[in-house]
Design a protein around this ligand. Structure first.
Ligand code: GTP
Length: 343
C-alpha cells in the first residue's frame, strides 16, 4: 500500500514540476529514490522477522515518520500548491489509524506539526521576503485543526476496531467452551454417548486400516437402583461420580472412557491386547469394590462388564452388540465380573 501511495505521490509531484507548480529543480527522483530504498529496508526487516524484536513490529511509527519527513521535503519545493499538498500529511496519518491508538496518533500528529513548523521557520529565516505571512499562519492553522480532527476520528475508529476484535475473541472463546460442553456428560464430566459414538467410528476406521487391536468394554453398575431407592438420588449421583473418577485415573490417556447413559459406561481400548484390557478392567473392578460409601454391610458397590475385540469389517452396531451380550452374560453369571466375548 505504501509503495502504491508513494508512486501516486511521485506522479503528482512530477506533474507539478512539469506544470511549474513546484520549484523547477525539485529533486523528486532523489526524494522518492530514498523513500523507496528506506521502505524496501522496512519490508526486509518485517519479512525476515527482525522487526519482531522491536516494540513496534509492524514498524508503523518508522514508516509514518519517513512519510512525514518526505512530505515535508516535497512541501519545501511546492509553491502555490502548498495548501493542497498539506493533504498528503493526512494520507500518511491514515496509515496509523488502524495500527495506532489515540496516544500514538497524537505523537505522530505532534511530529507532523513539528516538521511543518520547522519548515516554516526555516523558510522565514532563509527567505523572509518570499513568505506571505497570512498564508503561513493559515496553512499552520489548517494543518493543526486537521490533525486534531484526525486524532479524534482515528482514536474513535481504533476503539471501534479494538471492541470488534474483543467481541470476536469472546465469541471464539464462547464457541470453544460450548463445543467442550457439548461432548461432555453434565454429571460426571466424562465424554457423552454422542462423542463416544463419533470416536468409535474413527477408531474402528483406524483399526481397519492399520490392522491394529481395538477392544470395547461396556460397564454397568450392579444393583444401582437399590442405592437410589435406599439412600436417595444424590447418593446415586455420588457413586456415579466416584466411579468416573476412579476409571479416569486408572485408565491410560489413550483409552476412551465415556458415560453411555444412566449407570452404564464404555471404555474403548485402542492398540491394547486382550490381556492388557482384561487386567485394566479387573484393576478397576477391585478399586470400585473397595470404595467405602458408608452403605450398610449388605450393600456392595460393584460392576459387571462385557469386553469385545473388534473384528475386521464389522459394523459399530455389531461391535457394541457383542460387548453388550458379554455384559448380559456377566450379569446373568452373578454380577461383579467381566466377560470377554468370543465371536
Ligand atoms: N442417581 C442417579 N441414578 C440414575 C441416573 N441415571 C440412571 N439412574 C438410575 O439407575 C438405575 C438403574 O437401574 P436398573 O436398570 O434397574 O439397574 P440396576 O439396579 O443397576 O440393576 P442391574 O443392572 O441389573 O444390576 C435406575 O434406578 C435409574 O433411575 C443418574 O444420573 N443418577
Amino acid at each position: 500500500m505504501a509503495l502504491y501511495s508513494y508512486l501516486l505521490l511521485w506522479m503528482g509531484t512530477f506533474l507539478g514540476v512539469q506544470l511549474s507548480a513546484f520549484e523547477p529543480g525539485t529533486p523528486h527522483a532523489l526524494i522518492f529514490g530514498w523513500l523507496y530504498g528506506i521502505n524496501a529496508l522496512f519490508y526486509l526487516m518485517i519479512r525476515s522477522g527482525c522487526s519482531e524484536r522491536l516494540k513496534d513490529p509492524s514498524l508503523t511509527f518508522l514508516q509514518m515518520a519517513t512519510g512525514i519527513l518526505a512530505t515535508t521535503a516535497i512541501l519545501y519545493f511546492s509553491r502555490e500548491l502548498r495548501g493542497a499538498m498539506l493533504s498528503i500529511y493526512f494520507m500518511v496519518m491514515t496509515f496509523g489509524v488502524f495500527a495506532l491508538d489515540r496516544r500514538g496518533l497524537m505523537l505522530m500528529a505532534l511530529f507532523t506539526l513539528t516538521c511543518f513548523t520547522g519548515l516554516q521557520v526555516f523558510e522565514l529565516s532563509t527567505s523572509p521576503h518570499s513568505v506571505v505571512f497570512s498564508y503561513l499562519i493559515g496553512h499552520w492553522i489548517i494543518l493543526a485543526l486537521g490533525l486534531c480532527w484526525f486524532i479524534y476520528v482515528g482514536g474513535y475508529i481504533h476503539n471501534l476496531q479494538t471492541r470488534v476484535r474483543d467481541q470476536r475473541e469472546s465469541l471464539r472463546e464462547a464457541h470453544e467452551r460450548l463445543s467442550a460442553i457439548a461432548i461432555r456428560d453434565e454429571l460426571t464430566g466424562l465424554y457423552n454417548r454422542r462423542h463416544f459414538l463419533e470416536r468409535l467410528d474413527e477408531e474402528m476406521s483406524l483399526a481397519e486400516r492399520n490392522g491394529s487391536a481395538l477392544h470395547l468394554a461396556i460397564i454397568d453398575l450392579d444393583h444401582f437402583k437399590q442405592v437410589n431407592d435406599q439412600y436417595g438420588h444424590a447418593a446415586g449421583d455420588e457413586v456415579l461420580c466416584r466411579f468416573s473418577n476412579l476409571a479416569s485415573q486408572g485408565l491410560r490417556r489413550s483409552d476412551l472412557l465415556a458415560r453411555y447413559g444412566g449407570e452404564e459406561f464404555v471404555v474403548l481400548f485402542p492398540h491394547a491386547s486382550k490381556q492388557a484390557c482384561m487386567a485394566a478392567m479387573e484393576r478397576l473392578r477391585d478399586a470400585f469394590a473397595s470404595q467405602d460409601f458408608g452403605f450398610s454391610g449388605a450393600m456392595q458397590t460393584s460392576f459387571s462388564a462385557g469386553l469385545a475385540a473388534y473384528q475386521k469389517g464389522e459394523s459399530a452396531e455389531s461391535f457394541t452388540h457383542r460387548a453388550d451380550t458379554a455384559l448380559y452374560e456377566a450379569k446373568a453369571a452373578g454380577r461383579n465380573r467381566i466377560h470377554l466375548t468370543g465371536e
